[in-house]
Design a protein around this ligand. Structure first.
Ligand SMILES: Cc1cc2nc3c(=O)[nH]c(=O)nc-3n(C[C@H](O)[C@H](O)[C@H](O)COP(=O)(O)OP(=O)(O)OC[C@H]3O[C@@H](n4cnc5c(N)ncnc54)[C@H](O)[C@@H]3O)c2cc1C
Length: 549
C-alpha cells in the first residue's frame, strides 16, 4: 500500500493552502478533490489583508494581486434602488494599484505588509493549486475522491478512487485532513455536530439565495453606473448584490429567493430575469452558471479533530458571507494547522500542540461567524420602505435616509482591520497567559500589540522592506533595541530540538517599544508565541510552545 504523511480530502482554499504549508515543510502530501478543476463559480470575492500577508509569506501575494479586477478598477461598494435607476450611496475604496502603494504609508489599524485584495476565489484557487503542484513532495489529484477512511493504531487508511468510483485504491497516511467543505463526510463520520444559528431568516442575507454568474459587458454603459466592486440593490421586491469579477463584464450576482420561487425550477431565463429585475431594465447578458445556496448560517463544529483526523475550512464552520470571512477563515485554519502537524510529524511537538489547533481555531471561528452575523443583521434587517422608488420629495427623502444608513453600514462591513488582524488565541494550551491588558476586540479598529497570542505588530523599514519579510518560514527570534540579550539558551534549545529558528537583530528603539520586550518569539503562523526580558527558563518556554509541557 502506498504511504504518505498526510492525505487531504478536498482541494478548495483550505485544502490547497494546507498542502502548500505542509509541502514547504518537507511533509509528503496526497490531496484529492472530487471536482475536475478548481472552482468555476466566482464564490468568495475578497481576500482580506491578513490572508494576503500569508500569501506574501509564501511568496505569491503579487501573483494573486495581479489577478482578478484590472489594477485601476475601483473597488467601491455602491448601493442602488435598482442599478438602472437611483444610486443611494457609495463607500469609495482604492483600486488594487493604489491600495498596494498606500499600504506603505499606513499606520495604526492598517499597519500591514499587504492591503486587502478584491478578487474572486476562482482566480485564487488556480494559483494555490499551481503552488501546491510545484512542490515535489505534494501530489494533487482532481477528479478524485476520498471515499472512506479507517483509523489504525498509528495512522489512517484511506480508500481513494476516481470521482466516478473507478480505480479504487487504499492509501495509508499518518494524518487525514478533512478539507471537504460544507457537507463534509469526514465531519459527519467523526460524529461532530455543527452548533450555532442555522438558516436565520432576514429580509436579505437570510434564506435561500441564488447565485448567477453572468456576463454583461454593456452593464455600465446601459445603466450609467460608475464602476464599483460591489453593487447592491435595495428595493422591496428584489434585493441583490453583485460583485465585479474581471472588470470586463463578468459579474457574480446573488439574490434572495422569494417564498414562491422554487430553486429546482429555475432555468437560465429565470436567472436572467432576476438580474433584469435588479437592473430595472432589460440588458443583454449571458448566464454562465447558476446555483442555490443558503444565507443565515453561523455554524461552528463542536470538535475540529482528534488524534489522526482533523477538519478545517467550511468542513468546520459555515458563514453567512457578509464581511467576506468564510474563505479567509479557512486559509487561516490551514496556516495554523499545518505548522503544528509538520512539527508533530517530525517528532518536535506533543499531542497538545495538535489539540491547540482546535482550541485556537474554534475560538476564531466563533468570533468570525459572530462578526459575519452582525454584518448580516445590519444590512439584512434594514428593510426598504414603501415609496423608496417614487419620484418626488417623499421618495428623495427615503432614498437619502437609506443611502446614509447603507454607506455607514459599508464602513462597518468593509473596513475591518480589527477582524482581519485582531484574531487572538488567549487561553490556548500552548501559549503563556497574557502579561498585560488584552486589546479590545473591535471589527473596525486593530490595536497592534506585542502580547503573546496575537499578530506581531507590523513595521516598514526605510529601505521599503516589511518586517514580516524578514521572519523565517518557521520560528523567528526578535532581538529588539540596542541592548537586547543574546537569547543564547533559546537558540541552543531550538537547535537541540531540530527547530528552524531565524534570529533577527533589530536595533530600532520604536520596535522595542512596540513589542514591549527585547526578546520575542514569533511562531511559524506569524503569531507571537512568547516575549521576555531574558531567556531564563528556555527549555520550559519551548516545551510550552510545542505542546510538550
Ligand atoms: C456561491 C458561493 C458564494 C460564496 N461567496 C462567498 C463570499 O463572498 N465570501 C466568502 O468568504 N465566502 C464565500 N463563499 C464561501 C467560500 O467559497 C467558502 O468558505 C470556501 O470555499 C471554503 O473553502 P474550503 O476549502 O473549506 O471548502 P470548499 O471550497 O467548499 O472546498 C471543498 C472541496 O472539497 C471537495 N470534496 C468534497 N468531498 C470530497 C471528497 N470526499 N473527496 C475529495 N474531495 C472532496 C469539493 O469538490 C470541494 O472542492 C461562497 C460560496 C459559494 C458556493
Amino acid at each position: 500500500m502506498k504511504t504518505v504523511d498526510v492525505v487531504i480530502a478536498g482541494g478548495g482554499p483550505f485544502g490547497l493552502m494546507a498542502a502548500i504549508e505542509l509541502g514547504r515543510r518537507g511533509v509528503s502530501v496526497a490531496l484529492f478533490d472530487a471536482k475536475p478543476e478548481t472552482a468555476f463559480n466566482p464564490q468568495a470575492n475578497a481576500t482580506q489583508a491578513r490572508t494576503m500577508e500569508y500569501f506574501r509569506r509564501l511568496g505569491f501575494a503579487d501573483e494573486i494581486r495581479a489577478q482578478g479586477l484590472p489594477r485601476d478598477f475601483p473597488t467601491d461598494i455602491a448601493y442602488f434602488t435598482r442599478y438602472g435607476t437611483h444610486e443611494l450611496g457609495r463607500f469609495r475604496l482604492p483600486a488594487s494599484r493604489d491600495a498596494a502603494n498606500m499600504v506603505r504609508n499606513n499606520d495604526g489599524s492598517w499597519s500591514a505588509a499587504e492591503a486587502p485584495h478584491r478578487i474572486s476565489q476562482k482566480y485564487v484557487e488556480p494559483v494555490l493549486r499551481r503552488q501546491a503542484e510545484d512542490l515535489p513532495n505534494v501530489s494533487v489529484r482532481f477528479s478524485s475522491l476520498v471515499q472512506d477512511y479507517r483509523e489504525t493504531a498509528d495512522g489512517v487508511t484511506c480508500q481513494v478512487s476516481n470521482s466516478d468510483g473507478s480505480d479504487p485504491q487504499a492509501l495509508s497516511a499518518r494524518i487525514l485532513i478533512g478539507a471537504d467543505g460544507s457537507r463534509s463526510f469526514i465531519r459527519k463520520k467523526q460524529g461532530y455536530a455543527l452548533d450555532g444559528d442555522y438558516g436565520t431568516r432576514r429580509h436579505f442575507m437570510g434564506g435561500r439565495m441564488y447565485a448567477v454568474y453572468l456576463r454583461c459587458p454593456e452593464f455600465y454603459a446601459r445603466t450609467g453606473v460608475d464602476p464599483a466592486w460591489m453593487h447592491w440593490t435595495f428595493n422591496p421586491d428584489r434585493r441583490a448584490l453583485m460583485a465585479a469579477v474581471d472588470g470586463q463584464g463578468d459579474f457574480a450576482f446573488h439574490t434572495q429567493l422569494l417564498e414562491d420561487e422554487d430553486e429546482e425550477a429555475i432555468n437560465d431565463e429565470d436567472a436572467k430575469g432576476f438580474f433584469h429585475q435588479s437592473c430595472g431594465m432589460q440588458i443583454d447578458c449571458e448566464v454562465l452558471d447558476h446555483m442555490g445556496w443558503t444565507a443565515g448560517h453561523a455554524l461552528v463544529a463542536n470538535r475540529f479533530g482528534a488524534a489522526r483526523v482533523w477538519i478545517g475550512g467550511d468542513a468546520a464552520h459555515l458563514f453567512t458571507p457578509t464581511g467576506g470571512l468564510g474563505y479567509n477563515t479557512a486559509v487561516e485554519d490551514a496556516v495554523n494547522l499545518s505548522w503544528k502537524l509538520a512539527a508533530w510529524l517530525k517528532g518536535q511537538a506533543g499531542d497538545a500542540l495538535l489539540h491547540s489547533y482546535e482550541v485556537e481555531r474554534r475560538k476564531s471561528a466563533l468570533r468570525n461567524t459572530g462578526y459575519a452575523r452582525q454584518f448580516a443583521d445590519s444590512v439584512g434587517n434594514f428593510v426598504p420602505q414603501d415609496g423608496i422608488e417614487d419620484t418626488g420629495e417623499a421618495g428623495d427623502a427615503l432614498r437619502a435616509a437609506a443611502g446614509a444608513y447603507l454607506t455607514d453600514h459599508a464602513r462597518r462591513e468593509f473596513n475591518i482591520p480589527g477582524v482581519t488582524f485582531g484574531t487572538r488565541y488567549d487561553g490556548s494550551p500552548v501559549l503563556p497567559a497574557p502579561d498585560g491588558p488584552v486589546p479590545a476586540d473591535q471589527a473596525n479598529r486593530y490595536e497592534p500589540s506585542g502580547l503573546p497570542g496575537g499578530r506581531p505588530p507590523h513595521w516598514w523599514f526605510d529601505d521599503g522592506t516589511s518586517l514580516f519579510d524578514r521572519f523565517g518560514l518557521d520560528w523567528t527570534l526578535l532581538r529588539l533595541g540596542g541592548d537586547a540579550p543574546e537569547g543564547a539558551a533559546l537558540i541552543a534549545q531550538a537547535a537541540k530540538r531540530g527547530l528552524d529558528l531565524t534570529v533577527l537583530d533589530l536595533g530600532e528603539p520604536r520596535l522595542h517599544a512596540l513589542y514591549g520586550a527585547p526578546l520575542v518569539l514569533v511562531r511559524p503562523d506569524q503569531i507571537i508565541g512568547w516575549r521576555g526580558q531574558d531567556d531564563t527558563g528556555a527549555p520550559a518556554i519551548w516545551d510550552l510552545l510545542l505542546g510538550l509541557g
